[in-house]
Ligand binder design. Structure first.
Ligand code: SAH
Ligand code: ZN
Ligand code: ZN
Ligand code: ZN
Ligand code: ZN
Length: 453
């Protein structure tokens, strides 16, 4: 992997723990934080392992060969030349995912390319580039027009004029084109690991960034760009919007986001209690994980949907409902959700909720998480999914089809009493590490369709 440079920089490898059944202490190892799938990146090293000089040299050689062909600076210059070309000479190599200058055509002659690249195409790179597909960490799911437009309008209505777009290239590009068309000035800075975007944006518009370990590949200069952007001048308020890959580790993400928040704070804020406003877009079943790290966040009912994911589309018409939501530290009552889509304001909860979300008098809140109407169980003393029923054996609500597990036997995984296998902290940790949560709603074990199409 290009981003793990072994000797030169403090590479963005993260420390993981491998545990085997029954053993309390696992052996620790480093792996690349951006591509944890061993198929995509072979960087792996035990924490206590001594790495030979030969292996270090081989790794550096590999990294050199896999470096992007141009630096960001070079790409900016190339872009300037590219836009001066007549339409007939504007080509984009699909294989190399690169804008080509006429002198380079020869080298790419047996590659597939697109011709007549228009200014409109240059302004929507997310349409031109193919979405990356690494299943676990780098899958790119692009906002559907409906969701992107909604987010942008919401930000504007809330009075924000600067958006730190962390892993949201499509929102970034919508803001860029909006800013150039209308007198309304909204600015965006994109932070993303996908270096292909450096071909389309200047150093003031894009920073190559790893959100799993808060690493700016452009070093101090890039960090400074980001900090400057976060400095609110002329009453231009900043919000951060992020849509991380769902296989991402919540704790790694949260730690990076806290560092971005701290960066915002450093820019002379008088009010100490003030926090950088943020939208974190993530599936609803990560709610408790996110709240672990950001207790002041709340989850909005709005279903975010995507273009290139057939199963992640907005409900109605029998299509599948999207499980992806907006988490925010802004007051929920300020987040106005579209009434055309059935949202209404619950005056008790002081927030907009989806049409199916009924206010439960006993819980005293609108309890549905997935958009369906939930029902209250008096025995569990909470609302549960409509498909659940109360099992007296298990003493909780669960799916009709389940095998009863007795807690007193002790947990199958760790052997400790007091919880069942499904609630074993070790199991859920391992699962998160492997990214398997993508496939299971841990609340009910139901299969979740974010996987091989
Ligand atoms: N819905 C968004 C895209 C979300 S897909 C939109 O339409 O704008 C996740 C994004 O996060 C992708 O752009 C991907 O390149 C980026 N990403 C993935 N891993 C990352 C990492 N480790 N650091 C920074 N960005 C990352
Ligand atoms: Zn309510
Ligand atoms: Zn209830
Ligand atoms: Zn129950
Ligand atoms: Zn049971």
């Amino acid at each position: 992997c290009v981003i793990v440079s072994s000797r030169l920089s403090p590479g963005p490898a993260l420390l993981f723990v491998k545990t085997s059944q029954g053993k309390e202490e696992g052996r620790r190892f480093y792996a690349c934080s951006a591509c944890r799938d061993r198929k995509d990146c072979n960087f792996f090293q035990w924490e206590d392992e001594k790495v030979s000089e030969t292996r270090l040299a081989a790794r550096e050689e590999y990294n050199r060969n896999h470096q992007p062909s141009f630096t960001h600076r070079q790409n900016v210059d190339r872009y300037k030349n590219f836009v001066l070309l007549p339409l007939s000479k504007r080509r984009f190599c699909q294989e190399c995912q690169q804008l080509l200058l006429p002198a380079e055509w020869e080298k790419h002659s047996d590659h597939q390319f697109l011709c007549d690249i228009s200014t409109a195409q240059l302004k929507s790179p997310s349409q031109l580039l193919y979405p990356l597909e690494n299943k676990k960490t780098n899958a790119q799911y692009l906002f559907a027009g409906r969701s992107c437009q909604f987010l942008l309008n919401l930000l504007i209505d809330l009075g924000f004029r600067r958006v730190l777009s962390v892993g949201t290239p499509r929102l970034h590009e919508m803001i860029q084109s909006k800013a150039s068309q209308e007198d309304l000035s909204v600015r965006s800075l994109l932070l993303d690991i996908d270096f292909r975007y450096s071909q389309f944006y200047t150093e003031d518009e894009f920073c190559h960034y790893n959100m799993f370990n808060h690493h700016f590949f452009g070093g101090e200069a890039a960090r400074e760009t980001c900090k400057k952007f976060l400095h609110e001048e002329n009453d231009e308020r900043v919000i951060m919007v992020t849509d991380p890959p769902f296989g991402g580790l919540v704790e790694a993400l949260a730690s990076s986001f806290k560092k971005l928040m701290a960066m915002w704070k450093e820019t002379e804020k008088e009010d100490d209690a003030h926090k950088m406003p943020m939208f974190w877009i993530f599936p609803y079943f990560f709610e408790s994980r996110i709240l672990d790290f950001f207790p002041s966040f709340s989850m909005m009912d709005y279903q975010v949907d995507y273009d290139n994911h057939a199963l992640y589309k907005h409900g109605k018409t029998g299509r599948r409902q999207s499980p992806v939501r907006i988490f925010t530290n802004l007051a929920p009552s300020m987040i106005v959700l579209p009434e055309e889509e059935g949202h209404r304001f619950c005056s008790v909860c002081q927030r907009y909720v989806s049409s199916g979300n009924q206010h439960c008098e006993i819980c005293n809140s609108c309890t549905s998480k997935d958009g369906r109407r939930w029902k209250h169980c008096v025995l569990c003393k909470k609302c549960v999914k409509p498909s659940w029923f109360h099992c007296n054996n298990c003493n909780c609500c669960t799916l009709q089809k389940h095998s009863c597990e007795k807690t007193d036997v002790g947990c199958f995984v760790c052997g400790k009493a007091g919880h069942k296998r499904s609630a074993c902290p070790r199991l859920s940790r391992t699962r998160t590490r492997k990214g398997d949560l993508l496939r299971h709603d841990p609340a009910d074990g139901s299969v979740f369709p974010f996987q091989d199409n």
